[in-house]
Design a binder for this molecule. Sequence first.
Ligand code: AMP
Length: 227
Amino acid sequence: MSGKVVVLLGPPGVGKGTQGVRLSRDRSWAHVSTGDLLRAARKAGTELGRRARAYMDRGRLVPDDVIVGLVREHLRTLPAEQGVVFDGFPRTVVQAEALEAVLTDAGRQVDRVVLLDADAELLVKRIAGRRSSPNGRVYNVYFDPPKAEGVCDETGEPLVHRPDDLPATVRARLDVYHEVTAPLVGFYEGRGVLTRVNGEGEMTEIQQAIAGAVGLSQAVAGSPVLA
Ligand code: AMP
């Protein structure tokens, strides 16, 4: 039997990464974040990493053919019975159609798309406030600051502000989301697989709402599932 395929959709900063890790970790599913794959390629200095850099640092999308090739290759490395959580992919209708084609070839389909959403001002604070430690720990100067400014609590190393997390780039990324990614809401609604979850609530509550959506169970009263 093939594993479930879940897409986490939503604007930058809404918590797709955090929730993607939680959802996949609890079930030993693969967490496929195209942003993470691109950052790894940049770090490794590959041709793909070099091509992606200029787009990423300006908050623009990397071209569809590059991303689709990357995802197709990555999916080949995963066993068919393993569930997959996509985070940050697809981001355009072209990517969504390509994903459908790749999955159909493998006898699979997108089982559920969870749309996480939150107020734009909160998103800007969440992203522009983000600081990363070289050990992977992520802080937020507004919501989860380190004990000493600019320094990792665990390693004492200086924290890094990702170039694509700078305020001007954040605004560009939000614009791109509204222009080219938001149409995916209608695309997946039309396929009857979309569930909306409020991304402003408490982390564990959101996690439960997503788990409920993925299990295709009904939302319980008072949970952040909207529809
Ligand atoms: P993320 O960490 O998902 O916010 O991605 C960081 C950056 O990587 C984005 O702003 C884009 O430049 C690029 N990127 C990630 N995923 C995609 C995608 N599916 N399509 C195009 N560009 C992407």
